[in-house]
Design a protein around this ligand. Sequence first.
Ligand code: P1T
Length: 392
Amino acid sequence: MNTPDNTQGFATKAVHAGEEPDFREGASGDVVVPIHLSSTFARKKVSVPTAGYEYIRSLNPTRKALETKLAALENAKYGLTFASGLAAETTLLLALLKSGDHVVAFDDLYGGTRRLFNHVLADYNISVTFVDATDASLVENAIQPQSRMIWIESPSNPLLKVCDIRAIAKIAARHDLILVADNTFLSPYFQNPLDLGADIVVHSSTKYIGGHSDVLGGAVLLNSAAYYEKLQYHQNAVGAVLSPFDSYLTLRGVKTLALRLEQHQKNAVEIALYLSQHPRVTRVIYPGLETHPQHRLFKSQTTGAGGVLSFEIRGTTKDAERFLERLKLFALAESLGGVESLIELPSAMTHASVPEEIRKQTGISDTLIRLSAGIENTKDLIADIKQALQNE
Ligand code: P1T
């Protein structure tokens, strides 16, 4: 596939990287990489796979194009894509850790990632210590002799806490640990953790990268050839790869990432400001607001605040539920990053698998609401929130 041109801007790479027209003899010059459905590839000589292709699980041209594009967008040398964000995480963890290893992880993570650490990896004798990684010294203090990895989300899900990625990268380097940053919430358009010192970036491409709530996927982007080889080996050995059709849908979605993110962000800012002055709202958490406790740090490592915000409303869980059920434009649904606005109650939905006492400890109250601003007209979204917040 094509080598990305790193002098190009983000929107150009999003359209072109990995997808230049093929003018080789007999090729048709498609401007869009086709969906290569063939599950196997014929060769003329026993020992020579045609252009490196052998079998769909090992390598597929549509998936390869997406991997090239996503690597270009994260300023990475290598990219791999998987059947889901969690498939990407699982393959990465199995590839780089072994029984007896220890991970230091942020205590505010997607509920499914916590579940993976606590209920799957624990059975393989891989242990984890969760810490408030907004304080980098707590990360360093939690390192043990058997630690191999630090795992962060910034901003985190669902409390939008921010880690000092540069500082944590220095700690990781000092202790010879692998720093993994889940960049799902901001997408490569607003933040590139590898440039800040992280070793590996993971994405749930189900979110902003796919962008249309119609495809599940995950990605791993990195610069180390040694880790890439291990991961590629495990991707094939474990088999949790992205299908050709899902690769195509993701390629299609990611081309408009820059345009979409600008509108997601515009809507999120307006909604955050509206909610901040509403008498029924007690707290708004959005890293783009100056009131966010880590706003300055956040600005120093990102180019935008994205489209997700969380807030709490006055009253009980029932009041929060009534508000959510009254909304008309916002879909009451898990996930985020789609063109349509989504809203949810983490304690009962995305983070229900996190034990109640841990939710309380990290700050996920029963009235905390997480909102993913879509790309609709701002005034329509605000009107919907306004009517749903009105007391009966
Ligand atoms: O759903 P999947 O593609 O497997 O990705 C898991 C995942 C990983 N990392 C982050 C930061 C995530 O938010 C997710 C999935 N999150 C949701 C479904 C959600 O509503 O938060």
